[in-house]
Design a protein around this ligand. Structure first.
Ligand SMILES: *Cc1c(COP(=O)(O)O)cnc(C)c1O
Length: 382
């Protein structure tokens, strides 16, 4: 079994045109940050998702950082953020010396609970200190309930940053994920649905905002012949070579989504007789990109997520625990947290305790899928 082909969680999957775009960069010697591929990648992505402006950056994390900066987040400010996410969603809050306040998930989509968000706003209102921004994460490729969240945020006049790092190509009520907030951010890290090895994009309909982000991302150089700086800048731009990969990847995004959905459906059907296994719920308001298929195990079923992870690993198959919620992380332990309800265990913690991300690699064959499922199956037939 050990020498069988390794099955990955979600690995880079080139479409074919990437090399041509990269070669073009080589042939024209645009081996630099910025260049024609960067401009085209920005335009093509903006067009695809239906937003006016985009800035290609070195990472999704950089995109969140610049969004926070543009919204004026400073030392001592508060920022609300989904708790069930990857640390990159909230680390930039600390880069600016601000304080994250974490919001629990709702059971319907595992994303930010509008009810918990409302409670957080009511408390902030009573204390007379509003957050400067709300970072809403679209987990594992599914949009949060943006209408409800935006309505609450609009009541208090607080802008939304949509962390769509995992949900490029997903929709919410007919609109593309990442285009529903004041800012949206995407990631092209190696394991995301499309990749540039590393990279990110900041998008908005606000032209000034995106221009300013590009300015900060290129060391905040003033418009002068000599090197003059009136503000602190960053080296956050995407390179022309990597943008070439991104342009090729954009062309296969919908093909990747179709395959990710096929993987999800295959697991769901293939494991349907195992009553102890449930799947991440899919809300009726949109269509996910099915980036990862995530299961939860029923409480007390006798099998733990880590048992499955170990058994899969023993069979050369990669899987991954669900994100550990931010409010349970040592680095954020002093931060406030708003649970979905007053019950002992929060929704996000419960999902973390019972959840597992199954291999969802678009290069998997149906045989590979069957191999994964037969390993899982063994653990439930004892
Ligand atoms: C991957 C990811 C990010 C960070 O993107 P990078 O490009 O790796 O910096 C941010 N938020 C979420 C939810 C992610 O999954």
């Amino acid at each position: 079994m050990r020498d069988s082909k390794r099955i990955y969680l979600s690995s880079p999957h080139m479409g074919g045109l990437e090399e041509q775009f990269v070669r073009e960069a080589f042939n024209t010697n645009w081996i630099a940050p910025l260049g024609p591929h960067v401009d085209m990648f920005e335009r093509e992505l903006a067009e695809l998702v239906g937003i006016k402006h985009a800035a290609a950056l070195s990472s999704g994390t950089a995109a969140i950082h610049l969004a926070l900066k543009y919204l004026g987040v400073k030392r001592g400010d508060k920022v609300f953020c989904s708790s069930l996410t990857f640390a990159a969603s909230c680390n930039p809050i600390l880069y600016e010396g601000a304080e994250p306040i974490f919001i629990d998930s709702e059971p319907e989509s595992w994303n930010m609970s509008p009810r918990a968000l409302k409670k957080a706003f009511e408390d902030s209102d009573a204390e007379g200190v509003m957050p400067k921004a709300v970072i809403v994460v679209n987990l594992y490729g599914q949009s949060a309930d943006m209408d409800k969240i935006k309505e609450i945020c609009a009541c208090y006049n607080v802008p939304v940053i949509e962390d769509a790092a995992e949900s490029l190509g997903a929709t919410y009520r007919g609109k593309y994920s990442g285009t529903l907030g004041y800012f949206g951010i995407y990631s092209f890290n190696g394991n995301k649905i499309i990749t540039t090895a590393g990279g990110g994009m900041l998008v908005s309909d606000d032209e000034e905002a995106i221009k300013k982000a590009r300015f900060w991302a290129t060391q905040a150089r003033d418009a002068a012949r000599h090197y003059q700086h009136s503000e602190v800048g960053y080296n956050y731009r995407m390179s022309n070579v990597l943008a070439g990969i991104g342009r090729g990847q954009l062309r296969v995004l919908h093909e990747r989504i179709r395959k990710k959905k096929h993987i999800y459906m295959a697991y769901k059907e293939g494991l349907s007789d195992l009553e102890d296994i449930e799947f991440m719920p899919i809300a009726a308001y949109g269509e996910p990109n099915y980036w990862l298929t995530v299961i939860t195990l029923k409480q007390g079923c006798g099998v733990e997520p880590l048992d499955i992870l170990q058994e899969l690993e023993d069979n050369n198959i990669e899987s991954r625990p669900v994100w550990k919620p931010m409010h349970l992380q040592p680095v954020f332990k002093s931060c406030r947290f708003y649970p979905f309800s007053d019950s002992v265990t929060s929704i996000s913690e419960d999902i973390f305790n019972r959840g597992l991300c199954l291999p969802s690699d678009t290069k998997m064959t149906d045989e590979d899928l069957n191999r994964v499922m037969s390993v899982i199956r063994k653990l439930f037939k004892k």
